[in-house]
Design a protein around this ligand. Structure first.
Ligand code: PXP
Length: 241
């Protein structure tokens, strides 16, 4: 059965709304680990809209499970990642104006450059995963480039409307996962997964890890709201006026 890696980016998004110190993505990561997550994922974006450079080092040092660092292959980020030495890096495409990662990396393009960067990480013992759309040409190219793993983009599956469209997207993921298995690539998946849509993806043979962030952070905000309100009322009531 697939294991869960929790993405804590949006804990940092809430913190960055005030440029303050809370909520702390490391604290969230430790709670996720206690609850059974097999790893923690963070994305150091070039625009630093959520995770900051200092978070990367703190989270790497503070967690007991593995750190999966999502990143673009921009020179500045590659330098930081090589210095940090996370357990794993996942290369993603990045656009400044996107709300979230919009699609998989096109690994059929710019292959020489990509191969050289993959080599740099692998030579330091860092596992390299490529976030790709579930297409045969992307899986085959990832294998040729020497990646250890791929993360299949479940974005289109998550956004599909109607049973037929959902089934179509699921079939693409199943076919891609069968090919990654045949080629010996470790297989992860993620993007847009929720408690309502995760089961069919979790059942796909070969998918070992699921990277899930936004739906967990969203749910945590709601399930924690009563306790946070009560805590504040207690603090006010115990003021002794
Ligand atoms: N995988 C990748 C490569 C991503 O970029 C993201 C979003 O940061 C996720 C998984 C997690 O997606 P979500 O936040 O929708 O669960």
């Amino acid at each position: 059965m697939a294991r869960l890696c929790v993405n804590v980016d949006h804990v940092a998004t809430v913190r960055q709304a005030r440029r303050t110190v809370m909520p702390d993505p490391l604290e969230a990561a430790l709670l996720a680990e206690q609850a059974g997550a097999c790893g923690i994922t963070i994305h150091l974006r070039e625009d630093r809209r959520h995770i900051q450079d200092a978070d990367v080092a703190r989270i790497k040092k503070g967690i007991a499970t593995k750190l999966n660092l999502e990143m673009a292959t921009a020179e500045e980020i590659v330098k930081i990642a090589l210095k940090t030495r996370p357990y794993q890096v996942t290369f993603v495409p990045e656009k400044r104006r996107e709300i979230t990662t919009e699609g998989g990396l096109d690994v059929t393009r710019d292959q020489k450059r990509l191969q050289a960067i993959i080599g740099k990480f692998r030579s330091k013992g860092i596992i390299v995963s490529l976030f790709i759309d579930p297409y045969e040409r992307q899986v085959t190219a990832s294998h040729v480039l020497g990646a250890d793993a791929v993360e299949l983009n479940t974005g289109a599956y998550s956004e599909a409307k109607g049973a037929r469209a959902v089934k179509g997207e699921l079939t693409k993921l199943e076919k891609a996962a069968a090919l990654t298995g045949a080629l010996g690539l470790t297989t992860h998946a993620g993007h847009g997964l929720t408690v309502a849509n995760v089961a069919p993806v979790a059942r796909i043979a070969n998918i070992e890890e699921l990277n899930i962030g936004h739906s967990i952070v969203s749910r945590a905000v709601i399930t924690g709201f009563s306790a946070a309100t009560r805590e504040m009322i207690d603090a006010i009531n115990s003021a002794g006026a």
